[in-house]
Structures are given as C-alpha cells and as structure tokens.
Write a protein that binds this ligand. Structure first.
Ligand code: 6CS
Ligand code: FE
Length: 308
C-alpha cells in the first residue's frame, strides 16, 4: 500500500498502532467567534475536550423531542430505511441517522441557537451538519459503543481533513450510572491514536452496530486513561454535552430497565469540508457522512418550543 507522508493523522495502514500529537487547535479563533460560553467554559473545553451544560432544554422541550424519537423508532416507514441501524443480535433500533432530515422537530433542534452558537464559538467559523443521529440505547437490549475517536473514523472513512468538528449530545432521558452513560477520557483529544487493521469495504454496515476496525489498542487506551482518567456523564434530561471530534469516548451496554435516549448532532466547520476517503475507500452514504450540502446553518430566530 502506498502511504502519503502528508497525512498528519495516518491510521489503519499496514503499520502497527501509534500515538500522534494533535496538530490542530481545539478552540479556534481564540473562542471569540461567538459568545455562548464564558471564558472559563472555553478553557475547560480546551483542557478536557468536552463540556457538560446542564438545564439547556426545558422539561416540555425534552418531552416533545423524546416523544418524537420514540415515534420514529417504531414507525415502520422509518425502521425499514437504511438510516435505522439495529442492535447487534436483535431488531431493536440502535440509531437513526440523518434524523435532522427525517424529523421537523429534530431539524429545529439542529438549528437551535443554544447549540449552534456554542459550536460556532469553539470552531471559530460557520458550521454545517456532518452527521446527526438519535441513539436509543433501549433498556436491557442497548449494546455498548466501544472506545473510539470519532475523528479517526471521519478522517479515514469520510476524508475529513482536520480536527475542526464537534459532537453535541442532547440528553432526552436522564443518563445515570446504570443505563450506559457516555464515558469520556479528559485530555485524550490532544493525542491521536492511530489504529491497526485495514478497513474492509462497506465497513459501516457492520461498524455502526459493533465496531471492529478503527478500534484503539489496549495499551494506548490505558495510557490515555491513566493520564486523564475517565469521566462518565451522568446528568438530567435536557443537559447537553459538547465534545471534540478526537476525544476518546464510549459507553457500556444498558442492562438497566431505563432507556438512554440521546440525539447527536455533529457540527463541522465550513473550512473543514470533506475530501475523498483515504486509501481509495468508497465514500460512506450521505446519511452517515454528509458530502452533498456544506451550507452554513442559520440559527433559528425563535428557538423550538414544546408546541412546535
Ligand atoms: O462511524 C461513525 O461515524 C459513527 N460511529 C461511532 C461509533 N461514533 C460516531 C459516529 O456516529
Ligand atoms: Fe462516537
């Protein structure tokens, strides 16, 4: 295989795993592009690679969004679509991708100023949606998401050039210590874990149920965890976690009776739009990695309300 030396974040080559220092800023333009977060919050995000904001959405807003994603996850017209990913070993819905295009309510959420301005501030530019999804994590059946850096996948499989994207997870149910909350490694965003194993074609069909390539090696994970620890995000519905595209994260299976439903939006900078994937891989479908519309999002003038 020929390897381009110009790739700062080489991964899934025929070499072993490696740890590469981050070459990109975490907060762009000094965090001055918008003023949704305080200086202290921007510092926390810069240091940890994530920030939790509590009580962002009201109970009514959360209830309305939760009803919506529950409805989508049992609507036959939705569950038969490719966007609906099933749990490994069952037909329960694990994720619904491109959910901002399948639901008007989620579309409004994706343009809510309470999310957009945080993304604009951190990424120092206008932003567009690279990916969106609802993760259902149903009680008893919801399986884990093994440790990964989203950027590792987006760089290799989607051709995302730089670490200038972030995810926000809007909690639609309480996330407690029992229902498989998101776990993050503080500080891990500063190191890129180059993974072993070449990517099979159409990898996404398998990886979105259970990932096997782009999986960091145990030694690197141990190092990151020993350096920064592991933080689990236990918080009330209506809270939002923003995390950098390279922050190491995962979550355990949900063997509790309580579902853990979250909506994710991935905002990418308009200066970081996708190139072709690495190594001649076929681009993933648009519902997983948007490469057809890089238009900057317009924040909604009137944020979502429960009646909307
Ligand atoms: O492959 C992806 O793009 C997705 N996979 C995981 C496990 N997390 C981020 C992203 O949604
Ligand atoms: Fe992820």
């Amino acid at each position: 295989m020929s390897i381009s030396m110009s790739d700062l974040y080489e991964s899934r080559t025929d070499r072993g795993s490696a740890i590469i220092a981050r070459q990109d800023p975490v907060v762009y333009e000094g965090g001055t592009y918008a003023d949704a977060l305080s200086t202290e919050q921007v510092c926390d995000y810069n240091r940890d690679g994530f920030i939790l904001l509590e009580n962002v959405f009201s109970e009514e807003e959360v209830e309305s969004l939760l009803d919506e994603v529950k409805r989508l996850s049992v609507d036959g017209d939705i569950t038969k679509r490719e966007e609906a990913i099933k749990e490994p070993g069952s037909d329960a819905v694990r994720s619904i991708f491109r959910v901002h295009a399948l639901s008007q309510k989620v579309n409004q959420l994706s343009r809510d100023p309470r999310l957009i301005h945080v993304a604009r501030q951190i990424l120092g530019s206008e932003v567009y949606i690279h990916q969106s999804r609802a993760n259902m994590k149903p009680g008893f059946k919801g399986k884990e998401f093994y440790w990964h850096s989203d950027f590792e996948t987006w760089h290799v499989e989607d051709g995302m050039p730089s670490m200038r994207a972030l995810s926000c997870s809007v909690l639609l149910t309480d996330n407690n210590e029992c229902n498989g909350p998101l776990m993050l490694m503080p500080g891990s965003h500063l190191q890129f874990i180059s993974c072993q194993g070449q990517t099979p074609d159409e990898h996404y069909k398998q990886s979105l149920r259970k990932q096997e390539y782009g999986v960091p090696d145990p030694l690197s994970l141990q190092l990151l965890a020993e350096q920064g620890g592991i933080r689990s995000v236990t918080a009330k519905a209506g809270s939002v976690v923003f995390f950098d595209c390279n922050t190491m994260h995962g979550s355990a299976s949900n063997i509790s009776p309580w579902p853990r439903a979250n909506v994710f939006m991935v905002y990418n900078s308009v200066h970081n739009t996708l190139n072709p994937p690495k190594y001649g891989l076929t681009p993933r479908p648009d519902y997983i990695a948007n490469r057809s519309d890089f238009t900057a999002l317009e924040p909604l003038e009137t944020p979502m309300t429960a009646e909307a």
